[in-house]
Design a protein around this ligand. Structure first.
Ligand SMILES: [Zn+2]
Length: 94
């Protein structure tokens, strides 16, 4: 039995009740596969956080894509001159 992505996400967000959190922790110690997926979830959550942080008034559009090359963050920003500039950043994990 492996840990589901939902549970890993709750675990990383520290919103898992104590006995469950302990079980996840123990499983991660012995299972490399779930450790790898936990890292992916971590990368996703931190990308989300930094993406949301970037949602100031100059960012007009922001999206996060899970692709074959990893997580790709794409956003469009308006310059003070009124020009739209698109940005693309790959986030590595694993
Ligand atoms: Zn596992």
């Amino acid at each position: 039995m492996h840990i589901t992505e939902d549970v890993l996400e709750s675990y990383e967000l520290r919103s898992l009740a104590e006995p469950a959190a302990e079980a996840v922790e123990e499983h991660l110690l012995i299972c490399g596969e779930c450790r790898g997926r936990a890292q992916t979830v971590q990368a996703y959550l931190s990308a989300m956080r930094s993406g949301l942080r970037r949602l100031d008034h100059s960012v007009v559009w922001w999206q996060l894509h899970l692709t074959d090359e990893g997580l790709v963050e794409i956003w469009i920003q308006k310059t003070p001159q009124g020009r739209s500039v698109s940005h693309r950043k790959r986030r590595c994990f694993g």
